[in-house]
Design a binder for this molecule. Structure first.
Ligand SMILES: *Cc1c(COP(=O)(O)O)cnc(C)c1O
Length: 408
């Protein structure tokens, strides 16, 4: 086993060696510009076409032409939300989203709000769930877009996308879903889910960084978008700029692998996640699960360790790569907006750790992670006057870490 052990697969994933192998020729002899009208260009174009089909197939898009390649999910979110706001300006000015969305969505909405649009930020329950009725009740005459994520990047909660899609269809409102964390990890079907716009990115599913896609429905209804990047008319005029051929090829391969292996992989990851959770809960008190017990991403475990600062825990766990609270807000040391939204107190939010288990994690690694987390939480708590006083008053036995039987 190699340290540090990487268990931060919601921040990014390692590139699958099969993906890398598929990409390599496109940095070498197959360097053509996919827009060029000669042998080199045609070769690149054919590779992009194949990748487009692989991406479309994974999310059950009815045509590969509905896939617009972008630089990643942030750009896809921007294109979807700002693109709809602009193209449907005469129809209305109201957007429905949710407080637990990724910053890429929330910040787009904030910008539009400053430009005079009206945004409804739906609240969520203690598990991070919202109900289709909440969405229905928020719709007005002026609503042009519903933007709700499929799976949360911090607590892994899976939204009831099929039911939300039904509400959107029933009311004739465009439904965008940031499915960055869901695609490749759980089944995503834009037809079954009634999704009109879907954001995704390669680097959260064992592909390269800097490439993603926006699915744009072409019929029933045909979604109109105003592009945010103007230029050479690439991607049907929706996203100008020379295509990142090697990245796109890798993204396609990552989608093909995910389609073939997702089911088995999800089962294995749920097993590892439950094993990690049980080991930690068996050996520590005052640990709290953030998010839903079952309606969550297979590899996601988000725990609050009372009496222990998440940042201190990270510092003490150099041989494990995990995130405290949220990767995006930990630089600011603000409690995660997602944890606050599900009602976690500010104190407990600061003690949260997000584990993101992925394709390349082994059982041996996960047992190591459990042991090190328990050791480090115990060490830090032994230094906490609050915890020590509390433990004394409860006469709780200190208990040693015991190697789980299956390992001995
Ligand atoms: C990672 C992530 C993004 C941003 O994706 P990039 O490709 O890094 O821009 C957006 N939304 C969600 C839910 C994410 O997890």
């Amino acid at each position: 086993m190699k340290v540090p052990v990487y268990v931060d697969n919601h921040a990014t994933t390692p590139v699958d060696p099969r993906v890398l192998e598929t990409m390599l020729p496109y940095f070498g002899e197959k360097f053509g510009n996919a827009a060029s009208r000669h042998a080199f260009g045609w070769e690149a174009e054919a590779a992009v076409d194949e990748a487009r089909e692989q991406v479309a197939r994974l999310i059950h898009a009815s045509s590969p032409k509905e896939i617009i390649f972008t630089s990643g999910a942030t750009e896809s979110d921007n294109l979807a939300i700002k693109g709809v706001a602009d193209a449907y300006r005469e129809k209305g000015n109201h957007i429905i989203t949710c407080v637990t969305e990724h910053k890429a969505v929330l910040d787009c909405c904030k910008t539009l709000e400053q430009q005079g649009l009206s945004i409804t930020y739906l609240p969520v329950d203690a598990h991070g769930l919202l109900s289709p009725d909440q969405v229905r009740d928020a719709i007005t005459e002026r609503t042009i877009l519903i933007s709700l994520m499929a799976a949360n990047n911090e607590i892994g909660t899976l939204h009831p996308v099929i039911e939300i899609g039904r509400v959107a269809k029933e009311k004739g409102i465009i439904f965008h879903s940031d499915a960055t964390q869901a695609v490749g990890r759980v089944p995503v079907d834009v037809e079954e889910m009634g999704i009109d716009l879907l954001s995704m990115t390669a680097h959260k599913m064992y592909g390269p960084k800097g490439v993603g896609a926006l699915y744009v429905r072409s019929k029933r209804p045909k979604v109109r978008l105003r592009p945010i990047i103007d230029g050479g008319g690439h991607e049907w005029g929706m996203r100008a700029g020379t295509l990142n051929v090697s990245g796109i090829v890798g993204f396609g391969k990552a989608c093909q692998i995910a389609a073939a292996e997702m089911q088995e992989e999800a089962k294995r990851l749920i097993g590892l996640r439950e094993r990690l959770k049980e080991d930690i809960f068996r050996h520590l008190d005052e640990v709290y699960l953030n998010g839903h017990p079952t309606l969550r991403l297979p590899g996601n475990l988000n725990l609050s360790f009372a009496f222990v600062e998440g940042e201190s825990l990270l510092m003490g766990l150099k041989e494990i790569a995990v995130s405290s609270g949220s990767a995006c807000t930990s630089a600011a040391l603000e409690p995660s907006h997602v944890l606050r939204a599900i009602g976690v107190t500010e104190n407990l939010a600061h003690t949260a750790i997000r584990f993101g288990l992925g394709r390349f994690n082994t059982a041996e690694e996960i047992d190591f992670v459990a042991r090190r987390v328990v050791e480090e939480v115990r060490r830090l708590r032994s230094l906490s006057p609050f915890y020590v006083a509390r433990a004394k008053s409860q006469k709780r036995p200190e208990g040693e870490w015991k190697v789980p039987e299956r390992l001995s």
